[in-house]
Write a protein of this length. Structure first.
Ligand code: FCB
Length: 441
């Protein structure tokens, strides 16, 4: 069965930051520090999904989805990141899973979508190798409770973005500005992934995946310096996370990373523990030029000549086809089946006087990207699912509530949910899919 879903993440929608024994995460700390997020927005309340989850499951059911990707808040399950389990936190996900199953929707949980327990950050977070083993313990705890009903698990969401924004550039929690010294945070996440795959399987998980953010990299020119920089960017954004996972080795980074002294014997074999699917989040391609003076081996030259989202991200549907066929060409038989675990766009969606939200640009975005996915499949890429980001407008990290990605509009003052045009469009699209699937079989 092809999985058709929407995706969300715990800190972006749940709220209830202090309820039922939930511990503090690095995002609670970061968002409350002055100047870290736009207008000082925090996820304290977000979409209040922790209380309104029944309504949100009903919205998904109305959409006709057969899958839902959400994330589990580690500090809700283990307030200190390890040790004593917070039963009330785990109960929340247990109820959610049952409600999804009752609605015919397969739950697809992600174990880590950036909300590390603060207690673990206080010991170095992902810069500390121990965090990898602690992550696997947490994975075993959650799967011990849910794996009887949850077949497919995602370990990490976008370890690249967490490393780059959280540890290298200081734009996301935990807010470190380490530039290329952030690399241990990549390695320890990957190691944690490998250990978690083993722990999940031991706890009865049938399928395990990891979600990477990937981007096609376009050199700004054919000049040698731009080509070299584009290659470095491709290595640091894409191959650093896909090569060890799929090939059991790191790409050559010696030109800009002097030592991999965090790497120990056996780590790569653990990281390359076979997975059942690779999750891909695609938003846009990246255009790269020779470095300027900021200590990184590349510079972002910006993609021009395409429409842009409210975020300013270029809309390039064919980039998805390019990415998928590029992965197939690069990894060939080592590439597992692919799930598009996120794809979507932010728009300034303002309800009209009659309350409707005509987000026609989002409809065009989805149509274009779904066609590009189909094209990649026709070119031989094995894609098994597509999850639109996102079900609801939500807390968009450093941008706070300013970027709306939802198929459903959320009025953050009242928590009122209003399906947008794109929601209605996706529902009709899914109905048509079901019809073709039924005629095919
Ligand atoms: C991805 C994140 C997701 C969301 C989208 C817009 O990088 O995984 O949480 O913020 O971007």
């Amino acid at each position: 069965m092809f999985l058709w879903g929407t995706a969300t993440a715990a800190y972006q929608i749940e709220g209830a930051a202090r309820e039922d024994g939930r511990g503090v995460s690095i995002w609670d700390t970061f968002a409350h520090e002055p100047g870290r997020t736009r207008d000082g927005h925090t996820g304290d309340v977000a979409c209040d999904h922790y209380h309104r989850w029944r309504e949100d499951v009903a919205l998904m059911s109305g959409l006709g989805l057969n899958a839902y990707r959400f994330s589990i808040a580690w500090p809700r399950v283990l307030a200190q990141g390890r040790g004593e389990v917070n039963a009330r936190g785990l109960d929340f996900y247990d109820r959610l899973v049952d409600a999804l199953l009752a609605a015919g929707i397969q739950p697809v949980p992600t174990l880590f979508h950036w909300d590390l327990p603060q207690a673990l950050e206080d010991r170095g977070g992902w810069l500390n190798r121990d965090t990898a083993a602690v992550f696997a313990e947490y994975a075993a705890t959650v799967a011990g409770r849910l794996a009887d009903r949850v077949p497919l698990w995602i370990t990490l969401n976008e370890p690249f973005v967490h490393m780059a924004y959280g540890y290298a550039m200081g734009l996301h929690a935990p807010g470190h500005l380490l530039l290329t010294d952030a690399l241990p945070a990549a390695h320890h996440q990957l190691l944690g992934h490998g250990l978690a795959v083993q722990a999940l399987r031991a706890a009865g998980a049938r399928q395990v995946a990891l979600t990477n953010n990937c981007t096609p990299v376009w050199p700004a020119s054919q000049e040698e310096a731009d080509l070299r920089a584009a290659e470095a960017y491709d290595v640091l954004h894409n191959r650093l996370f896909n090569d060890p996972l799929l090939l059991g080795k790191y790409p050559d980074m010696s030109a800009y990373i002097p030592t991999l002294d965090f790497l120990r014997d056996g780590d790569l074999a653990t990281i390359a523990t076979p997975i059942d699917a690779l999750g891909i989040n695609y938003y846009n391609p990246t255009r790269i030029a020779a470095p300027t003076a900021d200590g990184l081996p590349f510079a972002d030259a910006g993609v021009t000549g395409f429409p842009t989202t409210a975020f300013g991200w270029p809309v390039v549907p064919d980039g998805l086809r390019e990415l998928l066929t590029g992965l197939k060409a690069r990894y060939d038989t080592a590439l597992p089946p692919i799930l598009i675990t996120e794809n979507g766009c932010s728009q300034d969606d303002v309800p009209a006087d009659d309350g409707t939200i005509e987000d026609t640009a989002r409809v065009a975005f989805l149509e274009g990207h779904l066609a590009a996915m189909r094209q990649a499949m026709a070119e031989g890429v094995d894609v098994r699912g597509y999850f639109a980001w996102s079900l609801l407008d939500n807390f968009e990290w450093a941008e706070g509530y300013h970027q709306r990605f939802g198929l459903v509009h959320v009025d953050f003052a009242t928590q009122r949910r209003t399906p947008k045009r794109s929601y209605h469009w996706f529902r009709e699209f899914l109905k048509a899919q079901n019809r073709t699937q039924n005629t095919d079989t």
